[in-house]
Design a protein around this ligand. Structure first.
Ligand code: AGP
Length: 366
């Protein structure tokens, strides 16, 4: 095919490297500097219709579902519209209440995922408003939705999704910005988000530069039988996606927890053999997240902190630095080192990176 490896050892590593370019493509022509908003013509929604949205629900499977959770957080923060994400596989089977004031967002790289397509069909049958956020142009989900936002991530071959996922959350930031600017998001805040998005490709490039350090950490922890991924609020979907990536390609068991939930049960599992990857953005929850690390350390658990904050020295056993970007966009950027961590852990274990066992690139059957 004309999508060659170009010297990369596998497609996953190539696709990780392509992310700055992929995000640039996702943003191309979609940032409106003059009005500090986003331009998403494919939505086919005028300001009046955008204002009529009372709720937003993101639907997708696997990583597309976790990305949807990042999208829901962005919509709530920037537009102050109640938003959530649900796995499309559950939605299609539970006779969902579909209401006309909700904007449903079907999320899919391939556009062919059977569960997501069925959720869209259920929505359309019940008269719901549904848009697609899809990578593959001309795919079943894109056609069924009829309007939406294309990811423009380019072809993705590796079963473990990287650049498509990053472009999903980037496009959700655009959607949240647009929904916010027809409501109460100020020009100044809009400008801050536009500037952050504009800088994102360069920040991603910087995040990837930590690769050698991340690979070293991955080798150090490659003997673990199980790992926790811990985050709160903004960091929670990041943790879920990090755990998912590790499971998929390394076959190491991983579980994501909300930091505040640890003490309600899972902390019983913490010991010297259970490393925790803790997501620590430099935001208003920093002190809380430091407290979480201390709780884990007090039980003898090794901690890998993924952070753009200045942590007390010696607090974590290993630290992965993430560049600074506009705070709201942290979840997009924090995903990058977690891709590299999963990747290098799987490499250390000698796994088949692009074709992990039992998985298909797109799940077109139930
Ligand atoms: C991602 O690494 C996974 N392979 C998987 O969870 C994937 O995101 C899911 O199957 C949805 O695929 P889609 O985006 O093509 O609909």
């Amino acid at each position: 095919s004309d999508y060659a490896l170009d010297g990369f050892p596998d497609y996953m590593r190539k696709e990780i490297a392509e992310q700055p370019e992929a995000v640039r493509r996702a943003l191309l022509g979609r940032l409106d500097e003059r009005f500090s908003t986003a331009r998403l013509d494919g939505l086919r929604m005028d300001p009046h219709e955008l204002r009529s949205v009372q709720r937003v629900k993101f639907l997708g499977c696997g990583s597309a579902f976790y990305a949807g959770q990042i999208g829901a957080d962005l919509v709530e923060q920037l537009a102050r519209i109640p938003a959530d994400a649900e796995s499309a596989s559950e939605f299609r089977y539970r006779n969902p209440v579909v209401d006309g004031d909700t904007l449903y967002v079907a999320v899919s790289q391939s556009g062919e995922t059977a569960d997501t397509l069925a959720a869209v069909q259920e929505l359309r049958r019940k008269g719901g408003r549904v848009i697609g956020v899809v990578n593959a142009v001309g795919s079943a989900i894109a056609r069924e939705c009829g309007s939406g936002v294309f990811l423009h991530a380019g072809p993705e071959v590796s079963v473990a999704s990287t650049k498509a996922v990053t472009n999903m959350s980037t496009c959700f930031a655009l959607l949240a910005l647009l929904l916010g600017r027809v409501r109460d998001l100020s020009v100044a805040d809009g400008r801050r988000i536009v500037a952050g998005l504009d800088a994102l490709p360069d920040r991603i490039e910087e995040a990837i530069e930590a690769e050698d350090h991340i690979a070293e950490i991955a080798r150090r922890f490659a003997g673990a039988r199980s790992m926790f991924f811990v985050g709160r609020v903004r960091g929670w979907p990041v943790a879920r996606e990090g755990a998912q990536k590790l499971k998929e390609i390394s076959y190491v068991h991983a579980e994501a927890y909300q930091a505040g939930e640890l003490k309600h049960g899972p902390i019983a599992l913490i010991d010297a053999q259970m490393p925790s990857v803790v997501i620590v953005p430099d935001d208003e929850l920093l002190a809380k997240n430091i407290g979480t690390i201390e709780q884990i350390k007090a039980r003898g658990g090794p901690v890998i902190a993924v952070t753009n904050a200045m942590l007390p020295s010696g607090l974590a056993d290993a630290e992965i630095r993430v560049p600074h970007v506009t705070e709201e966009l942290d979840p997009i950027l924090f995903g990058i080192p977690l891709q590299l961590l999963a990747y290098h852990l799987a490499v250390a274990l000698g796994r088949d990176i692009d074709k992990p066992r039992n998985l298909a690139k797109s799940v077109t059957v139930e």
